[in-house]
Design a binder for this molecule. Structure first.
Ligand code: SF4
Length: 178
């Protein structure tokens, strides 16, 4: 796979971006502009660092002791070709794939045209995603630490954990249960 990916950063062994030990890759660029976003530096699609896609994939696959990867951002679906290549390579290597998006599952698969539309091909990434953490961050619904167990892995209570493969098979969003 040739091409580039623009990234805001990465954490090689993250314990806070999904279950187990995960390579968290933060892709640059996000159009959602959620109030009180904690990563405003990731919004500008021209900022961050442009990296060779193969190099990034090789770095991920050569990282030891991983249970999975997490594509975050920014919004990884803003760079669908790069996200698809990374998610596919990770799945084929036996890693489990989570992805965060400010778009909902319904927006990504084109069930609704409400709000900002995702880029063409964004839904193709879902073929290689196990769990999607979906929806914009809503500050008024922020998950405080004392309620963290009720809403693991999410920033606000409106966000869902979607079992992507079940959802695609059944034709509607199915929530993921651990
Ligand atoms: S989707 Fe995430 S990165 Fe984008 S503005 Fe909202 S909170 Fe920030």
């Amino acid at each position: 796979m040739s091409g580039t990916v623009r990234i805001a950063g990465q954490v090689k062994h993250s314990a806070v971006d999904g279950p187990g030990v995960r390579y968290a890759l933060f892709l640059q660029g996000c159009p959602h502009n959620c109030k009180a976003c904690q990563n405003p530096d990731t919004h500008d699609p021209n900022a961050g660092t442009e990296r060779d896609l193969d190099e990034v994939i090789n770095e991920i696959l050569s990282t030891k002791f991983l249970d999975g990867i997490t594509l975050s951002g920014g919004d990884p679906f803003f760079q669908p070709e790069a996200s698809l290549a990374i998610a596919k390579a990770a799945k084929e290597a036996g890693l489990d794939v989570w992805a965060y998006s400010g778009w909902t599952y319904e927006q990504l698969v084109g069930m609704t045209e409400e709000g900002i539309l995702p880029p063409e091909h964004a839904k193709d990434v879902l073929a290689y995603v196990d769990v999607l953490v979906d929806g914009r961050y809503v500050d008024a619904l922020h998950v405080d630490d004392d309620r963290r167990q009720e809403c693991m892995w999410r920033g606000s209570f409106n966000q869902r954990l979607i079992d992507v493969q079940k959802s695609l098979a059944e034709g509607h969003a199915v929530q993921y249960t651990e």
